[in-house]
Design a protein around this ligand. Sequence first.
Ligand code: NAP
Ligand code: COA
Length: 301
Amino acid sequence: MSSTLPPPDQPPEDVESDDCLPAYTYLYSPTLLQGRVAFITGGGSGIGFRIAEIFMRHGCDTIIVSRNIQRVTEAAEKLRGATGRHCLPLTADVRQPQTLTDAVEEALRTFSRIDILVNNAAGNFLCPASSLSCNAFKNVLDIDTMGTFNASKILYERYFRDHGGVILNITATLSYKGSVLQVHAGSAKAAIDAMTKHLAVEWGPCKVRVNGIAPGPIGGTEGMRRLGGAAAESIGMWDTIPLQRLGNKTEVAHGALFLVSPLASYVTGTTLVMDGGSWMTLPNHMASVLDRWSSEMRKSK
Ligand code: NAP
Ligand code: COA
């Protein structure tokens, strides 16, 4: 008997831009996150925006936070329109704890609860270690690593310690084999993977689960644009990935949905790699990536 079922790596619907999906097919119950509230850093764009959308399509209200109030305000309008759920846009810089505290207080005044924190905000660019200033290295660690700690600690003290909660850290596979031109982001994300385990151990008794997702190359994102996605595509590099394609934002959001939901009630301290197997096989060629970086540097001058 021939099967008409889709293949097991069939990607769900996605759109490249920071817009909501024109159509959505439910794989899980639409009420999976009913009544929950999620605080998502960097929720105004890319992967964070799609995570907000998928959570909201499953009954969750959200707070989306970034430095640029116009970006999160416009994103919140789209998210409300597509899902009918509440979305509160707030401004905060994850490097500045007081701005996060203010945002958390505002969120609690509005929703009276926060169940989920997604640490998604990050900064990255290609740069060889020899050209990277000490301040540039520190800056990326401040956004990614300190930002994740700041938000986690503030949410824990203000709400999770007494009510339980779920933390999800978005990291990367860059450190797994020492990706070239990525010492800053690779080091920052590796520290977050360690933090996931430390906080899972310390905060588990307070009913706080802490997990991570390490995405591979994901289409329609700023990360992909900054890290040479177009050049990689033009030389057919995605064919070297075991699943032979880029991931999409909805796929990452589905992993996030699983990890923050009751489906993952006994999962804590783990980082789910969602990369089509790419970290094991994508080439890590210093010479070709340096060439690409040098030509982009020349163009930007
Ligand atoms: P993105 O759209 O640029 O998302 C980053 C978000 O973080 C932006 O909305 C940005 O908003 C916010 N942000 C940056 N600095 C901030 C700060 N100091 N305080 C508060 N918010 C800040 O990029 P993306 O590609 O979707 O990446 C999302 C996450 O996935 C990141 O953690 C990234 O490392 C991870 N990741 C992405 C890929 C990929 O292929 N794209 C692969 C692996 C991992 P403002 O500028 O308005 O502040
Ligand atoms: N290559 C090398 N160094 C760079 C750089 C690049 N492309 N971009 C910035 N830097 C350096 C700066 O020169 C500065 O160092 P210096 O003081 O020694 O000169 C340091 O990094 C901080 O730069 P600044 O522009 O002040 O940082 P910022 O806080 O305004 O912005 C960034 C942070 C640089 C990470 C910025 O790219 C950003 O906001 N990114 C968010 C979006 C993003 O990266 N998305 C992809 C996520 S994967």
